[in-house]
Design a protein around this ligand. Structure first.
Ligand code: SDX
Length: 430
């Protein structure tokens, strides 16, 4: 509590609202008593000025372009750690000791298999179903198979559900890919690290030995770290709202996956790659930049702009470095898509429209090129985002459930519809 307050004058009434300060970042004006004291709601479509909760997990400074997971800068975690270490950090709040890391890695490793009957759940989908549609369905049905970890009032069951989600998402994602290409499912292998296991389940075939390329495994692990959490974004807010009703964690994560799918959010990596492919060559960039600036044209530069970052998305810088590493390993540094992306970034960052609106590349701008080079089809890009973001959703869900002040989220509205009127019988309507 900061002891400060804000004064609102409304309808000849003076209303004092308490102000709360956090450890870093903007203070908040607590309006929880406003409706009681004024009879009016606040109005903030898109929640551009609204803090929905208190959280200790992730901090973003949009002006500085910094991102902290439990206080640690994303670039240090991506450089020195691995994804399961980041999962431990997000879930427990501290970096693990060597013993804690080994125990956590083992606990995740021994939850990677799916109930065998779930493999038959996939066969209900068309082969050309979008993998995100499959993922929403399969994750939603987890509560039918793992009912013993759906009692959210039991801390042990909450942790088991968390581990199961983190552990099983790579298997669910890989099987969605295998199903879409008509290849047999590959089972997890316990002697592989998290990213290597995922790559093997995606790209191994039964008829030959599969060797994981360590450069690709490191790149995928780093991509997972970059996507792990991001404060109260749309899909995380969806998970929190679903969880506030007491829904089981698997259903909440399925809701988050559905929200992430949108092209304005996690679907932007797939849309960004499709945009770069459509532009095709450097000489066509000005045409698309002009379309992005035309208010009458709905086209936007996918992978550009962000509600919070009004500076370079720190994840995009690391993503670009990872992209160069992967393309270098493949001898593809002259990839035409990368050439278009680098030139498009240069042009946009020097164009007054983008400068004035503070539009910079976000995490989705370079991720698509990297994932395509790794062998993933564009339809799998958001699936990988959802795989990585699951730990963030789970950590935020746990934080909400364990908050004694937690209550069901139920926003109100500004009503602009009809005033009350009486029913007109059908016979009297012309
Ligand atoms: C993610 O919230 C998170 O943290 C999300 C995320 C995470 O990790 O969870 O970071 C992941 O979703 C990244 C964002 C991926 N989306 C895209 O790359 C899609 C393209 N970007 C835009 O759709 C847009 O920038 C948003 C959705 C990301 C942000 O939209 P805002 O904050 O609502 O901003 P806005 O739409 O009000 O735009 C402000 C102005 C508008 O112009 P004016 O109406 O003021 O004249 O900037 C323009 C917009 O038209 N603008 C763009 C643009 N993005 C915004 N113009 C051209 N191209 C763009 N990409």
């Amino acid at each position: 509590m900061s002891g400060k307050s804000a004064t609102l004058t409304y309808d000849n009434r003076v209303i004092e609202l308490p102000v709360h300060g956090g450890t870093i970042g903007p203070e908040v004006i607590d309006i929880s008593t406003l409706y009681r004291d004024s009879g009016a709601f606040t109005y903030d479509p898109g929640f551009t000025s609204t803090a929905s909760c208190e959280s200790d997990i992730t901090f973003i400074d949009g002006d500085e372009g910094t991102l902290l997971y439990r206080g640690y800068p994303i670039d240090q975690l991506a450089e020195h750690g691995d994804f399961l270490e980041t999962c431990y950090l997000l879930l427990y709040g501290e970096l693990p000791t060597p013993a804690e890391k080994k125990d956590f890695d083992d606990r995740v490793t021994y939850h990677t298999m799916l109930h065998e009957q779930m493999s038959r759940f996939y066969t209900g989908f068309r082969r050309d179903a979008h993998p995100m549609a499959i993922m929403v369905g399969v994750v939603g049905c987890l509560s039918a198979f793992y009912h013993d970890s759906t009692d959210i009032s039991d801390p042990h069951q909450r942790m088991v559900a968390s581990l199961r989600m983190i552990a099983k998402m790579p298997t669910i994602a890989a099987w969605a890919y295998k199903y879409s290409i008509g290849q047999p499912f590959v089972y997890p292998q316990n002697d592989l690290d998290y990213a290597s296991n995922f790559l093997r389940m995606c790209f191994a075939v039964p008829c030959e030995e599969f060797k994981v390329n360590p450069v690709f495994a490191r790149a995928v692990d780093r991509i997972f770290i970059l996507h792990a959490d991001h404060e109260q974004n749309a899909s995380t807010s969806t998970v929190r709202l679903a969880g506030s009703s007491g829904a089981n964690p698997f259903a909440c994560i399925a809701a988050g996956i559905a929200c992430l799918w949108g092209p304005a959010h996690g679907g932007a990596n797939e849309a960004a790659l499709n945009m770069l492919s459509e532009i095709g060559s450097v000489d066509r960039i000005p045409e698309y930049v002009n379309r992005a600036k035309d208010r009458d044209d709905p086209f936007r530069l996918m992978g550009f702009g962000h509600r919070v970052y009004k500076n370079y998305d720190p994840r995009a810088k690391i993503m670009q470095k990872t992209c160069h590493e992967v393309l270098g390993e493949l001898g593809m540094n002259d990839d035409p898509l990368l050439e278009v992306a680098i030139e498009l970034e240069k042009i946009a960052l020097n164009d007054e429209y983008f400068v004035e609106k503070k539009l910079y590349p976000n995490i989705d701008f370079y991720s698509g090129i990297t994932l395509k080079a790794l062998g993933f089809p564009t339809t799998m890009f958001t699936v990988l985002f959802a795989l990585a973001r699951t730990v963030g959703w789970i950590a935020q869900w746990k934080e909400m459930i364990e908050d004694p002040r937690q209550k069901i989220g139920r926003p109100r509205q500004l009503y602009t519809g009809q005033t009350q009127r009486d029913y007109v019988p059908l016979s009297m309507r012309s």
